[in-house]
Design a binder for this molecule. Structure first.
Ligand code: NAD
Length: 255
């Protein structure tokens, strides 16, 4: 029986590349995304390539949409083996003093509340057979704190790693593994969900990398490079790995 994966933010960037990678390996993928037309295109490409996929319009910060989405997956395919909890936004970048409460809430709800909702509501479907949950965190909030204006984003990403560790211990009894990935800069469409206010310039401390900021490859990573790591964490090749945050950044965050 082919495994079933739910991939949030599956219509673009890291989620899209992972959906395609998993589908190539015979995993059936359901894409949760706000941008349905983009996700539909990813679905078409997967199906044209011989894979199985469908799309659901799910805002991952909305509990009713999350429970509805998971119910749809189980009624279609009868099981969930893999959760790739990946949807996220940079949100509004602002100095803390200027940041509106709504801006803070939007980033925390989209990135962190959604992680809680997706994990919580997937547990009942994974309890019996075990499974793998992978959460997309970031170098920001874990190793990197120099992206000014990103206090809400970094807090959401640090929170995801703490939550992942709590969940890994709590869910080990059901043979559900929970890990996080912490990508550095990756070429995706995330700039479309980034609103950098001019006043961030007032708080920035310049960080200069005379030799370039990406030690391994002198450039940002690709979504496909991240997808390879997610696939490893989803597969039985990582059967003894849980509670781990894996950095996928070419050592960028060590500078
Ligand atoms: P992306 O914008 O290309 O893809 C994110 C997808 O998530 C989009 O399709 C978007 O429509 C969807 N999405 C946003 N809010 C949603 C919501 N409320 N409900 C459902 N779907 C929603 O960006 P990406 O870079 O692929 O981002 C994926 C994850 O990777 C995010 O969690 C991001 O924080 C993280 N990340 C990205 C980078 C990077 O440099 N790109 C680095 C570290 C971490």
């Amino acid at each position: 029986m082919n495994k079933v994966a739910v991939i949030t933010g599956g219509g673009s960037g890291i989620g899209e590349a992972t959906a395609k990678r998993m589908a190539k390996e015979g995993i059936r993928v359901c894409l949760f995304d706000l941008k349905e037309s983009r996700a539909e295109q990813v679905k078409e490409e997967i199906i044209n390539d011989g894979g199985e996929a469908f799309v659901l319009d799910v805002d991952v910060s909305d509990e009713n949409r999350v429970t509805y989405g998971l119910e749809q997956v189980v009624s279609e395919w009868g099981r969930i083996d893999i959760l790739f909890n990946n949807a996220g936004i940079n949100g509004t970048l602002n100095p803390i003093e200027e940041m509106k409460v709504e801006e803070w809430d939007q980033t925390i709800e989209t990135n962190l509340r959604s992680t809680f909702l997706m994990v919580k509501h997937t547990i009942p479907y994974m309890k019996e057979n075990g499974g793998s949950m992978i959460i997309t965190s970031s170098i920001n909030g874990n190793r990197t704190f120099s992206n000014f204006g990103m206090s809400a984003y970094s807090t959401s990403k640090a929170g995801q790693v703490a939550f992942m560790k709590m969940a890994a211990l709590e869910l080990a009894q059901y043979r559900i593994r929970v890990n996080a990935i912490c990508p550095g800069a990756i070429e995706t469409n995330i700039d479309q969900n980034t609103d950098k206010k001019e006043s961030v310039e007032d708080i920035e401390i310049p960080v200069e990398y005379p030799e370039g900021s990406h030690p391994l490859e002198q450039k940002p990573g690709s979504p496909e490079q991240v997808a390879d790591v997610v696939y490893f964490l989803a597969s039985d090749a990582s059967s003894h790995v849980t509670g781990t945050a894996m950095f996928v950044d070419g050592a960028e965050s060590l500078l």
